[in-house]
Design a protein around this ligand. Sequence first.
Ligand code: AMP
Length: 326
Amino acid sequence: MKTAEMQIILDKIKEYDKIFIFRHFRPDGDAVGSSKGLYTILKATYPEKKIYLQNADFSNYLAFLGGEDELLADEEYSDALGIVVDTATKDRISNKKYSLCRELVKIDHHIPIESYGDYEWIEELRSSCCEMIAAFYDTFRDELTITPEAARYIYAGMVTDSGRFRFRDVSPETLRLAGVILGVGIDTENLYANLYLKHFDEYKFEGYARRKMKITEGGVAYLYVTHAMKKKFGLSDEEASASVSLMDSIKGSLIWLAFIDNKDGTIRVRLRSRFVTVSELANKYGGGGHACAAGATVHSKREMKALIADADKLIREYKESHTDWL
Ligand code: AMP
């Protein structure tokens, strides 16, 4: 637990009358949950302060968690403390106006490849950034106020980023903090229904995708979701991207990749793995992320094939030197 870093951040929060909260673009449950969770705790604790969520894009599948504040004029930023959550690098911050803030705090659980905050609290072994917000609340619970609304945001991020408490970074501390947050009072049945129910068309697409996915000799499962496929099944980019999880339970396939056509002609890559680390592979293709969940962008089918070949090599090397995989 990095209590010294947390204390510095709390002191900064107390010092400022105006606080802007940022997260990464194309937000997932953890980005939305940690930004809105922190925002709601700070609003409840400091009703006299001006606190705003300042982000430039949204994810439709998380719309059930509610909206955010309108973007304020540039001059509003100069006397604000900016807090960026769940974002490893500057270029992934959703709202580029973050740099106008007087001082910047970074709270993150990704592998630290770039330092950009005046004050930073990084714990790459935390299963989610929401877990860090839960720890922040728990450490200063005598001073901070949590509400059921804040708890719902935080829990949503803890559940989604940890693969429902299955991934390797889930620790006794994760579950203890989940207990603290659950204890505030959350309608989990409603939360899970919002997170996990799918439209019928998505189910039909899943059947199609299972037929289309391929696997290399080494065991890299992959799927390329083209514009045509998206059109055929009426899929949003988010729905198309979710297809990566269709490949997460294939025996012997320690790495699985979804390639999704972007509107700008590039191809989004979602890399997932068990046992093997894929973040360095993502780095090689200009991306990043966690050991077992990372992302990148490729620009051609040739580059896609090269990435698949690299992943295949990674698996082979892993399988040759380990026996405990399946
Ligand atoms: P995704 O597949 O988009 O859910 O990404 C998995 C993880 O990798 C998330 O923690 C992302 O923040 C991170 N990530 C995804 N794409 C990139 C990228 N291009 N550069 C750096 N990190 C990324």
